[in-house]
Ligand binder design. Structure first.
Ligand SMILES: CC(=O)SCCNC(=O)CCNC(=O)[C@H](O)C(C)(C)COP(=O)(O)OP(=O)(O)OC[C@H]1O[C@@H](n2cnc3c(N)ncnc32)[C@H](O)[C@@H]1OP(=O)(O)O
Length: 402
């Protein structure tokens, strides 16, 4: 069979591309109503299609975003989504072609980093992607989950109606800013495609906003689900929860645990270091349901990506990177508090670009990477120093679907 031709998808083909991706995810074609919300999400020039004999058989869409880095800066990130190959044309290298071209497109468009949320964890490592952040799914039982008196108090929570939230949430989310590594920018198109349909669906998404002394500083979105034999058991499913400071985090949890007639509160995506158990009188009233990969990262321009974040005090060290797919990234860099530069000095530590993605936001230490065989150590003194230099105060967390 002839090779697929991969090219930038004309804007007029975006909808067909979305339908193809939805079919690959076992979802029905997008309706006119849904498309009215979703069409602004995809920018011209940032989607690729694979064609066989004129037929569209594969897609990749890149969304413009920015990624928060340790130290509070941000870097342009292409959020990869809608990755799919038509079911009758899989396992013949079409995705591999699309993936190579989309990494090149990201570099050409000035994105040092590509982020994704992956359907299966076995597909992306070979292309240099690694898990940049993890999340924890927690379940709390309000009847048992009383907050300890020391937990930060103050501020107020108010519910806002759906129409108000359409204007308020984008402004509030932007106001929170890069409050922890891993958080990503949400475009106006993202809010229109991902939030407005839920508001207008009548599915009962409730928005709780926390405000402190400086105004609104966090929000949680939840839906009440009925279960049990009589349908009387109510679970609050928290689907979106971002807060910039400990008072807002505590205030929103206090509110969620205080809603009447609720059996359990479930939050699928919480930062790995949010110690909800520690806030409770009964540690066991919060159960970890699972720990999951959150944002996958592919550093497509390694010097730029590493140069965009800040580093803690410590000695500069020489890190060797191997990137078979994008060889311009291969080589050694000297990394330290004063920045990042190419060097021909002998490397002290060496790794592959997918393992570097795991360390980039401070999510996985070099010591851990070495212990599982993903980092080669030539100079043992460099290991604790590299951990110090890459260290962060807060666990990386994205918490945005795309
Ligand atoms: C960020 C996102 O959008 S994630 C969403 C990804 N999309 C989906 O899961 C939708 C359903 N699946 C699909 O559309 C396709 O199967 C894809 C896109 C995952 C893969 O497309 P294909 O054209 O079949 O991939 P391709 O033939 O290039 O295979 C590349 C390699 O990945 C492997 N691979 C592909 N799909 C899978 C899978 N689902 N599980 C494990 N390995 C896989 C292949 O075996 C191949 O490895 P090999 O070279 O060692 O043989």
């Amino acid at each position: 069979m002839a090779d697929a031709e991969v090219r930038v998808l004309a804007q007029s083909d975006h909808r067909a591309g979305q339908d193809l991706a939805r079919a690959a995810h076992h979802t029905s074609p997008i309706s006119d109503r849904e498309w009215a919300y979703a069409q602004d999400l995809h920018e011209p020039g940032l989607a690729l299609g694979a064609f066989l004999g004129g037929d569209l058989v594969g897609t990749t869409f890149l969304l413009r975003s920015r990624l928060a880095l340790p130290g509070g800066s941000t870097v342009p990130m292409a959020a990869a989504t809608g990755i799919a190959v038509r079911a009758d044309r899989t396992r013949r290298g079409i995705f591999t072609r699309l993936e190579r071209e989309s990494l090149d497109l990201a570099v050409a468009q000035g994105f040092p980093v590509v982020g994704s949320r992956v359907s299966e964890a076995t597909i992306y490592g070979r292309f240099g992607h690694g898990v940049g952040s993890t999340t924890r799914a927690v379940r709390l039982y309000p009847h048992e989950a009383r907050l300890r008196p020391e937990v930060p108090a103050g501020g107020e929570v108010r519910l806002v109606d759906g129409e108000t939230s359409v204007g308020l949430l984008p402004r509030l989310y932007e106001r929170l800013g890069p409050y922890r590594p891993g958080v990503i920018e949400r475009s106006a198109g993202w809010w229109k495609a991902k939030w407005e349909p839920l508001v207008h669906s009548g599915k009962g998404a409730v928005v709780a906003v926390h405000s402190g002394p400086d105004g609104d500083d966090g929000f949680a979105v939840y839906q009440a689900m009925r279960g049990g034999d009589s349908g009387a058991r109510v679970t609050l499913m928290v689907t979106d929860f971002h807060a910039a400071n400990p008072e807002a985090v505590a205030g929103l949890w206090r509110f969620l645990l205080g809603v009447d007639l609720v059996e359990e509160v479930c939050a699928r995506r919480r930062p790995a270091d949010e110690l909800v158990e520690g806030m409770l009188v009964d540690w066991r009233a919060c159960r970890t349901h699972s720990v999951n990969d959150d944002l996958w990262l592919r550093l497509v321009d390694v010097p730029k990506a590493l140069g965009a974040r800040s580093y803690r005090d410590g000695d500069p060290f020489v890190l060797e990177i191997t990137d078979d797919l994008l060889p311009a990234n291969s080589g050694s860099l000297r990394i330290g508090p004063d920045g990042v530069e190419r060097t021909s000095d002998r490397p002290q530590l060496s790794l592959n670009v997918d393992a570097l993605a795991m360390a980039y936001l401070g999510g996985t230490s070099f010591t851990t990477l070495a212990s599982i065989g993903l980092l080669r150590v030539t100079d043992t003194k460099a290991l604790p120093n590299a951990d110090r230099v890459f260290g962060t105060d807060r666990a990386a967390f994205c918490g945005t679907t795309f």
